[in-house]
Ligand binder design. Structure first.
Ligand SMILES: [Zn+2]
Length: 154
């Protein structure tokens, strides 16, 4: 696994353990180049899913984009990383088990909003206020930058 700090190609696994809900394996790694430590997660991916974005653009489903939006919405809120992981895993599982090879970006945005609504009211309002401003022309991944602006103001 490439080091995110210095881009060295190899890292050593120092520790490996299942997450609390046992849906992923968490590995602590150390870069063999610069010695930096970082964490990777191993998760089951049931199927390849393509996300249909505005203008009919398509790209492979990327869990990290949901993670980014969700963690920004929950910034400085009393929500644990474990709960965030569960929310994102739940959305991922829903998408992967829907049976469709293609999922509209907008639908993922709705799932994120619904998940946040149950998790934390402030995070939900942050996300929803941005979400509602969105027109068809924009994608849920762009929430991340907008959510950052909104939460930066409050
Ligand atoms: Zn490194």
């Amino acid at each position: 696994m490439r080091c995110p700090f210095c881009a060295h190609d190899d890292s050593q696994v120092k520790d490996s353990r299942p997450s609390e809900d046992n849906t992923s394996i968490r590995r602590r790694r150390q870069c063999e180049g610069c010695g930096a430590r970082f964490t990777t997660f191993e998760r089951v991916q049931l199927r390849e899913v393509v996300v249909v974005k505005s203008g009919e653009r398509r790209e492979p489903f990327d869990r990290s984009k949901i993670e980014q939006s969700v963690s920004l919405a929950c910034r400085k809120r009393p929500v644990t990383q474990e709960r965030l992981d569960q929310l994102v895993s739940g959305i991922q599982r829903q998408i992967e088990t829907m049976g469709d090879a293609e999922v509209p970006s907008k639908m993922i945005g709705e799932m994120v909003m619904e998940g946040l609504r149950q998790l934390d009211s402030v995070a939900y309002i942050r996300f929803a206020s941005v979400y509602r401003d969105f027109t068809e022309a924009r994608d849920f991944e762009e929430f991340a930058s907008s959510v950052q602006e909104v939460s930066g103001r409050t």
